[in-house]
Design a protein around this ligand. Structure first.
Ligand code: TRP
Length: 325
């Protein structure tokens, strides 16, 4: 029998090439081998931004990005967390199975508090991994494709599953994280993480001109001041993109940079073109979907319907195991 994958993202805005490389390509690759559920974590988005004005539009936009990148909604349901009350209920039940001390030790929480300059935390933010556990376990996810930063959350998921199974009888699997090979793409500014909140991204919807303009701002080797100066590709953001999007030319580019034969301006132009080539089919598919927003809403409605059957079934098992309801 096929194993189940549960994957999710928060709908915080247009997706960028970091998402493509760090998650989406992996999801697309895995969709034939596994039963996949693709979750739009709109409840989770509220932990860092309570403003709901753009939430639905962002969710639709994320569906467009996912499908444009190759997710097949016929194979794998795509649905919104907030439409499935089972997530809220299971989250509540799970919140009795883990200590606050354990959640306070969550390194991802500490990282977010630091990165987002939060001076106080909402209760739901502390419970973020508990809700994520409900997301995964409602569909009995065996495997969760995530970036490294999410691994602590999967560990918490495993602990909750184990605790539930010990207390009430085995209902849940203990899911495993599945890390992507190329987990992180650095930002244009050289920041370790490409992120919308930092503003150092190339978006999947960016046309070639926008990619070129952004690429001009990309951080290169500070020691390569003039065109013919020898450079150090391993400290250059642009070179790291070549490694990912222009594999055929990587060794030539390294040699050109190191000898000084290749200048940064030309190198950036070339890199922009290669990224634009990769994004072209995605952008075309995006435009097609944007012209048929009704179809996008249908994808969600259908995904919801299919996900709900599974979620309800799991909750029936939970109720029986817990002698509730
Ligand atoms: N926490 C994930 C992130 O920020 C998003 C997410 C929510 C998720 N629920 C999930 C990821 C369930 C995987 C499985 O990227």
């Amino acid at each position: 029998m096929k194993k189940t994958i549960l994957s999710g993202m928060r709908p915080t805005g247009k997706l960028h090439v970091g998402h493509l490389v760090g998650a989406l390509e992996n999801w697309v690759m895995l969709q034939n081998e596994y039963n996949n559920y693709h979750l739009i974590a709109d409840y989770h988005a509220l932990t860092t931004n309570p403003d709901t004005a753009g939430l639905y539009a962002n969710s639709l936009d994320m569906v467009i990005d996912w499908v444009a990148a190759g997710i097949d909604p016929v194979k794998s349901p795509i649905f919104r967390q907030s439409r499935m009350k089972e997530h809220a209920e299971l989250h509540l039940l799970f919140s009795m199975l883990i200590t606050t001390a354990r959640l306070e030790r969550n390194p991802t929480l500490k990282e977010q508090v630091r990165d987002l300059n939060l001076d106080s935390l909402v209760y739901g933010h502390l419970g973020y991994p508990v809700l994520q556990s409900a997301d995964i376990l409602l569909y009995k996810g065996d495997i969760v494709p995530v970036g490294e930063d999410q691994v602590p959350h999967i560990e918490i998921t495993r602990e909750i599953a184990r605790r539930f199974n010990n207390l009430y009888g085995t209902v849940f699997p203990e899911p495993e994280p599945k890390l992507t090979k190329f987990a992180r793409l650095v930002g244009l500014d050289g920041n370790q993480k490409m992120s919308k909140s930092i503003g150092n991204t190339i978006e999947l919807s960016d046309p070639p001109e926008a990619i070129q303009a952004k690429m001009r701002t990309a951080v290169t080797d500070p020691q390569k001041v003039r065109r013919n100066d020898p450079g150090h590709p391993d400290v250059c953001v642009v070179f790291s993109y070549h490694q990912r999007f222009n594999t055929a030319e990587v060794s030539d580019i390294r040699a050109g940079c190191e000898t000084g034969a290749l200048g940064c301006v030309d190198c950036k132009k070339n890199c922009s073109m290669k990224i634009a080539d990769v994004l072209l089919p995605i952008r075309e598919k995006r435009l097609g979907l944007e012209a048929h927003m009704g179809d996008v809403e249908d994808i969600l409605a259908d995904g919801e319907k299919r996900a709900r059957i599974v979620a309800r079934h799991t909750m029936d098992e939970v109720h029986t195991a817990m002698k509730l309801g």
